[in-house]
Design a protein around this ligand. Structure first.
Ligand code: PLP
Length: 525
């Protein structure tokens, strides 16, 4: 069997020996070749039979035969035992036609556990700090597409919060990570290593030239935390200006500078004396705060995402902020965790929002798509700030480990090779044209920054209805802020796929509008 599973299904359906081996190998995988998998459960076999075999009486007969082959006392959630695999394989080869057999094998390869089992395990074991999204179980991806455990395909408009800009599966990344994992997995942040040197040798001019010093982390929130610490240590001032509508993550420091009080209050962080919020765009308010003793840093997103529903900063504000920080000798921290690596490009070369706005931050945080979806983040700064940090100020076990550095190297190389910023600028214009042509009383307007797209609808309920409707067209969008639906598709989405998503949106508006009209008519009668 091929490691990625791709060639597992290449078996000629008319070659029964090969097909039998493939099926048996999926029912009870060889643990040396597939250490990440386990034998299939009975529940999954029943689920797959329901998907693959449409005629009820035939399906029921095949399920009965499979259960008989598994022995009398087997429970739905038991895993298949090795001694039963051959008997189940015989049933499947006898009963399924070649097309059904291949589909059965693909679904088994996608997951050996049933959707219900996966959902109930998550429900039982998740600490509910966020709502569990169990509307689909993604098992496989390619480019901007995702397949679920039922074999349905969706166009992905979330890209895991902009982490999978290079697609939902990336063979080059997979190969590089496999090679590195077989070589050396983990090394602490403060030890030298080859993988990091490879990255540093190649990163070249992708980042603004002055930002050449890195502190490696594993999540965006951590990077924000460490950026705040570095800013404070450099200026010797603990006060930080942050903005209304801003979002910077959920670690203690990052959430303290995130505006939404609901995220801060439960943890006693609602009025941290070192955090000062200003209205986004209000230079006078920032000036007043920076004039206070002890306030030395400013942190912002240049395109506010999560909490503001895609709000690009006014260029006058962005440039004014840079000048104001210089004037007050304050540190300007631009959080590019979401906007970085081409997401908001307007022209070729806009790898970061700060380049789009023509400003150079003192400290920048990067993450999300940095590793093509593999977790790697960093604080980057200039040598002057970097030199003021002292050994012992911080430390990280996993930050910038060899796997992370390999992912960053391969992903950034690929972004360059694909001319990703040029592509984003081009497809962004296509999105603007497409959305401009759509009219509906439910659709109030939109904002587009590169491929960060905010679509204003009449209410949060309407957003949910449109997102539900989009799913029926095979388009998956789950991000929203109030009455704004947010789209951040993988940056490798094709023109055809983007047009399809826009068409599905237009159809969904028509459908939901029809439902609304009926409701109004019903109410009137
Ligand atoms: N900063 C910004 C601007 C973000 O959008 C996010 C996450 O959405 C974060 C920081 C936190 O990143 P993470 O979820 O990787 O901690």
């Amino acid at each position: 069997m091929n490691r990625t599973g791709a060639s597992v299904l290449d078996a000629d359906p008319s070659d029964p020996t090969r097909s039998a081996n493939v099926l048996a190998g999926l029912l009870v995988p060889n643990p040396k070749r597939f250490p990440e998998r386990g034998p299939a459960t009975v529940a999954r076999l029943v689920e797959i039979a329901e998907i693959v075999i449409s005629e009820t009486p035939r399906r029921e007969r095949i399920v009965r035969s499979m259960r008989k082959a598994l022995g009398e006392r087997v429970d739905l959630h038991d895993r298949i035992r090795a001694e039963h695999a051959a008997r189940v394989t015989d049933v499947l080869l006898r009963e399924l036609n070649p097309t059904e057999g291949q589909r059965f094998a693909q679904l088994l390869l996608d997951s050996e556990l049933s959707t219900d089992e996966v959902v109930s395990l998550h429900r039982r074991h998740k600490i509910p700090v966020s709502e569990l999204e169990d509307d689909l179980l993604p098992v496989r991806g390619k480019g901007a597409r995702i397949w679920d455990a039922q074999g349905r395909t969706y166009l992905d408009l979330d890209s895991n919060y902009s982490a999978t800009n290079l697609g939902n599966a990336n063979p080059e990344l997979g190969q590089g990570l496999f090679n590195q994992a077989c070589q050396l997995v983990s090394q602490k942040e403060d030890r030298i290593q080859v993988a990091r040197a490879r990255f540093l040798k190649e990163i070249g001019d992708l980042l603004p030239p002055s930002l050449c010093c890195f502190y490696w982390q594993n999540s965006g929130g951590e990077a924000v935390d460490k950026a705040l610490k570095i800013g404070k240590a450099y200026t010797g001032k603990t006060g930080v200006v942050a903005f209304e509508g801003g979002f910077h993550g959920r670690t203690h420091g990052a959430v303290a500078v995130t505006h939404n009080p609901a995220y801060r209050q439960p943890f006693g962080l609602s009025s941290e004396p070192w955090v000062h919020f200003a209205p986004y765009g209000d230079l006078n308010a920032v000036d007043a705060l920076l004039s206070r003793a002890g306030v030395g840093s400013v942190i912002l997103e240049l395109v506010q995402g999560e909490e503001a529903g895609v709000r690009p900063a006014d260029p006058v504000f962005a440039q004014g902020l840079r000048e104001m920080c210089d004037h007050h000798q304050a540190v300007l921290i631009v959080d590019e965790v979401q906007t970085g690596f081409g997401r908001v490009a307007r022209t070729a070369g806009d790898w970061f929002a700060s380049q789009r706005y023509g400003i150079e931050p003192d400290i920048m945080t990067i993450g999300k798509s940095f590793g093509g979806g593999y977790p790697v983040t960093a604080v980057v700064t200039n040598p002057e700030i970097s030199e003021r940090m002292k050994p012992g100020y911080d430390g990280s076990t996993f930050g910038g480990n060899p796997m992370a550095m390999t992912a960053a190297l391969i992903a950034t190389r690929q972004m360059r090779r694909l001319n990703l910023t040029e592509r984003v600028a081009e497809i962004s214009r296509r999105v603007v044209r497409g959305l401009s042509a759509i009219e509906s009383p439910l659709f109030l307007g939109f904002r587009v920054a590169g491929m960060m797209i905010g679509i204003d609808l009449i209410s949060p309920a309407c957003v949910r209805e449109i997102q539900d409707r989009l799913k029926t067209h095979g388009v998956h969008s789950s991000l929203s802020t109030g009455a704004t639906m947010r789209w951040m598709p993988p940056l490798v989405i094709t023109d055809e796929e983007m047009d399809y998503a826009l068409g599905a949106f237009w159809k969904s508006l028509g459908h939901v509008q029809g439902d609304y009209s009926e409701k109004i008519l019903d109410a009137a009668h």
